[in-house]
Design a protein. Structure first.
Lengths: 215, 275
């Protein structure tokens, strides 16, 4: 039983660390794009490998726990939640990686200042990821009620960014490269919000045993 | 002694209130407010249980919690224990099982039992099966042959023994002996089959066969099983009751009891955080 507790706690700690990692990658990728901080972009691309490593090692440890201990009730819900959440986290890491690559791609290209909305989206998305990944460890879901309105904000920002960038492309065709990337980034961030909501749904299930729909 | 020494641990501060009786519309047995004493020692306290027809109900709980006692009360096997007395009500299809108009022979015909250790009679396979029907007055050889084949088929052992019906049942493997005992119970066509840790003496393959068999049997019978193996309870049962210190702490759908138990005590037990 003591070994089981240790294994389960390690699993939760590893997942929380994976959450911290993808949150930091997301922050760095937004900074790389918005502040042209290319060293951050390179760091994200480099560190993204660790996300994959986490994904594999946590999955393996979770399956090992299922195999060895056949957990029930809250223990089973923790393992089931983690098995789903690492996939959402891996996607968030992937989107951060894509944003970092976009920052590098746009480095030598001619752009106009039409990034409005992206820093704001980055901030909201990052806060959502931070909130939900922290809850895997703390089991505190009291702030999950805010997620829906945060997610709605991301959706509205994305639509606005698409409209703005399409208009700019019509007027200044040389911005097609950068505008297309900004539109993509806004979509990535909108998806990050969706994944954060999915994580929150699973964590709610983990804590309460109830299935909820957040996004 | 019918109940092994109590190994219950105190779980301080957790509520110990028992489940109220929630009768299923298609229930077959209803236990209401059952108290039971072995001499001075009370073993069951106000137990309520509704057993749903054609479903498998599992009873789980630590050693000495009363689950086997409850099971044995359902066909009055505890009557054989000196100093055992009960208060409360047990109804089988609405009929009081303690009433004088229901003999224990009839009750045990309708409610069969499978024990932890396979206990074939020291006679041939065929005679094991025909023993009960003969007691009930069936003597026609052809009729008995039909009963033998049907019972062994239902217990998923016919193909393994059909060519050696006249050999000793004692030569069968443990798993085969247990299925033979199930076939023997089926030979007198019971409504309910009680199983008291039927696989605890068997290897995993034999266990898996008994589990498959229990699942098949619920089409025609109602099964109540006592098990120490919680994974077994979660695999095969539709309903699970968690007992502790002689009380029915929680009873509900198996998937809910194992996924999200209502009581803290149940959660502690099934997650191994007990005592």
């Amino acid at each position: 039983m003591k070994k089981f507790e240790t294994d389960l706690n390690n699993l939760v700690d590893q997942t929380a660390s994976m959450g911290d990692l993808v949150t930091s990658l997301l922050d760095k990728s937004i900074n790389a794009l918005c502040e042209q901080n290319y060293s951050n972009a390179n760091e994200v691309i480099e560190e993204y490998r660790k996300v994959d490593d986490f994904d594999n090692s946590i999955e393996e440890a979770a399956l090992q726990i299922l195999l060895l201990y056949q957990p029930t009730a809250i223990d089973m819900r923790i393992v089931a939640t983690i098995l789903k959440d690492i996939t959402y986290m891996e996607r968030i890491g992937k989107y951060s990686n894509n944003i970092a690559k976009a920052a590098l791609y746009l480095k030598d290209r001619e752009v106009v200042d039409h990034m409005e909305g992206i820093p704001e989206m980055g901030k909201i998305a990052s806060e959502m990821v931070r909130m939900v990944t922290r809850a895997i460890k703390t089991r505190d879901i009291s702030k999950f009620g805010e997620l829906r309105s945060m997610d709605d904000k991301l959706d509205r920002y994305m639509l606005k960014i698409v409209d703005n960038n399409v208009a700019i492309m019509h007027e200044y065709p040389f911005t097609v490269d950068s505008c297309t990337y900004y539109i993509s980034v806004s979509k990535y961030l909108e998806r990050v919000g969706d994944h954060a909501c999915k994580i929150a749904e699973k964590v709610t299930y983990m804590v309460t045993g109830e299935r909820v729909n957040i996004d | 002694m019918p109940e092994e020494a109590s190994e219950n641990f105190a779980v301080a501060g957790l509520p110990m209130d028992g489940e109220p009786l929630r009768k299923f519309e298609d229930s077959t047995i209803n236990v209401e407010d059952l108290d039971l004493w072995y001499g001075q020692k009370q073993a069951l306290f106000g137990v309520n249980l509704s057993v749903r027809k054609n479903h498998i109900s599992a009873l789980i709980g630590p050693s000495g919690c009363g689950k086997s006692t409850l099971l044995r009360t359902l066909n009055r096997m505890n009557d054989l224990v000196d100093g055992c007395r009960t208060e409360g009500k047990i109804e089988l299809e609405g009929q009081d099982i303690f009433a004088s108009d229901l003999s224990t022979l009839e009750l045990r015909t309708r409610v069969g039992m499978i024990f932890q250790k396979p206990n074939p009679f020291p006679m041939t396979i065929r005679d094991n099966i025909t023993y009960g029907p003969k007691l009930h007055g069936i003597t026609d050889r052809k009729e008995l042959d039909v009963i033998v084949e049907e019972s062994l088929r239902k217990a998923a052992i016919w193909n393994e023994v059909k060519d050696r019906l006249n050999t000793s049942a004692m030569a069968l493997s443990g798993g085969q002996q247990q299925r033979l005992c199930i076939a023997r119970a089926l030979s007198i066509n019971p409504e309910i089959i009680l199983m008291d840790e039927p696989t605890s003496a068997l290897d995993p393959i034999a266990t898996s066969k008994i589990e498959d068999l229990a699942t098949d049997l619920k089409k025609d019978y109602t099964v109540v099983i006592v098990t120490h193996n919680m994974q077994q309870a979660s695999r095969i049962s539709d309903y699970t009751g968690f007992m502790y210190l002689g009380k029915m702490i929680e009873f509900g759908q198996t998937k809910e009891v194992f996924n999200k138990p209502r009581k803290e005590l149940t959660e502690r037990y099934i997650t191994g955080r007990f005592g």
